[in-house]
Design a protein around this ligand. Structure first.
Ligand SMILES: Cc1cc2nc3c(=O)[nH]c(=O)nc-3n(C[C@H](O)[C@H](O)[C@H](O)COP(=O)(O)OP(=O)(O)OC[C@H]3O[C@@H](n4cnc5c(N)ncnc54)[C@H](O)[C@@H]3O)c2cc1C
Length: 402
């Protein structure tokens, strides 16, 4: 059924198969997430039992082809992500980290053997992955990372040898229960002119490797139904085939981030829509001064502004999805969608909270929980400011950052 926040019948732009995907995930969210999310959020609990169920629904690596992945279109992936985030951004974040970041890294940059080994089990949820790019001192500027990897050759110059990783990562989703971590590290490479140059390379690191530790960052005021960690890497030794061979350098993690950002364009609208629908229902039932508060002009102005922003954001998501499916999506367009949709979503959720009055600050209602989650959404995968700079560079031709 169409949401009252869909003022332009955008649903009619979706195919039967797209609508079926959306409805399947919506049903899952209604059954498995909505009844429990307030408790999970209050207890700062990520429900790991959902992982195989998300795999069974085909949501892990949903947009990837082969290796047990569902191979669905960008629009179907976006619609699924949107429904998940209508449930909670924390649950959606798990799917993004697993599929758009960890699995994408292997799918885009891995060897055939690495893909065969890891992707089918990641698609079912049997193996959980995390993606370690950010560091305590390197967030918006990942080029300044200090985690390093060096290769120690085997004895007598023969076969073997191992990579040794040292460093620290921060804010790494799922790291405390993940089975493998994609770790991005600088490697010093010998150049033809005799000099040495650093290049960012990716490694598949089993989290059981000695020297790898992950500690959840607590307490958090955002994404409470999700886990982010500090990772320490101390003399972590992995075999030569842990290296992702096809990774071109720093653009390696960036192309994975683009996948995750694309998901956020859709997901943020889901959180905003859920906050709007919760608030609309409340406003229609709650009476003050002898009339439903939805009948007051000031409340209607708020609801109308919310619905307008949600409708525009949904058009943006659908346009980006169609461009992606046509192979015409550019990086700056993803920045436009991520910046706009995360920004309007947080504004919608905050405004929705005001309509709920005092009841809006409890976990009985979703807007404040969503707004808190969206503080993270507007920060990760490039902050509002970074995407503004990307768009500024696109429009002016002048980079205000490196
Ligand atoms: C819940 C959550 C989950 C996350 N999950 C992961 C994950 O799984 N893997 C991972 O690798 N990372 C993850 N991150 C990290 C996230 O990507 C970083 O937090 C983000 O890139 C910002 O980096 P920072 O926090 O170090 O902030 P900083 O880079 O220190 O930025 C602080 C402020 O300075 C501004 N700023 C920085 N540079 C400029 C500039 N040139 N011009 C103007 N303003 C600027 C920023 O926009 C921001 O407002 C996660 C973060 C959160 C909160």
């Amino acid at each position: 059924m169409s949401s009252p926040a869909d003022l332009l019948d955008i649903d009619s732009e979706l195919s039967d198969s797209e609508l079926a995907t959306r409805d399947r995930v919506r049903e899952f969210v209604d059954r498995r997430i909505r009844p429990n999310i307030a408790r999970w959020f209050a207890d700062a609990h990520f429900p790991q039992e959902l992982v195989p169920e998300l795999g069974e629904l085909g949501l892990l690596g949903m947009h990837l082809t082969g290796y047990g992945c569902a191979g669905r279109s960008a629009v179907e992936y976006g619609l699924a992500i949107q429904e998940l985030e209508a449930g909670d951004s924390g649950i959606r974040t798990f799917v993004s980290v697993q599929g758009s970041l960890a699995m994408s890294a292997i799918h885009k940059h891995g060897s055939e053997a690495q893909k065969q080994r890891w992707l089918p089990r990641m698609a079912t949820g049997e193996v959980v992955g995390c993606f370690g790019l950010t560091e305590p001192g390197a967030g918006s500027d990942p080029a300044s990372m200090t985690t390093r990897a060096r290769f120690e050759p085997g004895s007598a110059g023969g076969e073997g040898g191992e990579w040794v990783l040292d460093g620290a990562k921060r804010w790494i989703g799922m790291a405390s229960f993940a089975d493998i971590a994609i770790i991005w590290a600088k490697v010093s490479e010998h150049q033809d002119d005799g000099s040495e140059r650093d290049r960012v390379r990716g490694f598949i690191v089993p989290t059981s490797t000695p020297g790898f530790s992950a500690v959840p960052i607590e307490p958090k005021l955002s994404m409470r139904a999700s886990v982010q960690c500090d990772i320490t890497l101390e003399d972590v030794r992995v075999p030569p085939d842990a290296l992702l061979p096809e990774n071109p350098g720093l653009s390696g993690p960036f192309v994975c981030l683009d996948e995750a950002r694309y998901g956020i364009v859709w997901g943020a609208v889901g959180a905003a829509r859920d906050a709007f629908e919760d608030t609309l229902a409340y406003a229609q039932g709650r009476e003050q001064f002898g009339t439903p508060i939805a009948g007051f002009q000031l409340t209607q102005a708020k609801l109308v502004d919310m619905a307008l922003e949600i409708t525009k954001a949904q058009l943006m998501a659908l346009r980006l999805g169609r461009l992606k499916d046509a192979g015409r999506l550019e990086g700056y367009m993803i920045s436009a969608g991520k910046l706009n949709n995360a920004r309007i979503a947080i504004d919608v959720c905050r405004e929705a909270r005001t309509v709920l009055g005092g009841n809006g600050v409890t976990l009985d209602h979703s807007p404040m929980r969503h707004a808190n989650n969206l503080e993270s959404v507007r920060t990760y995968e490039g902050t509002d400011e970074v995407h503004t700079l990307v768009l500024g560079r696109h429009i002016t031709g002048l980079a205000a950052f490196r």
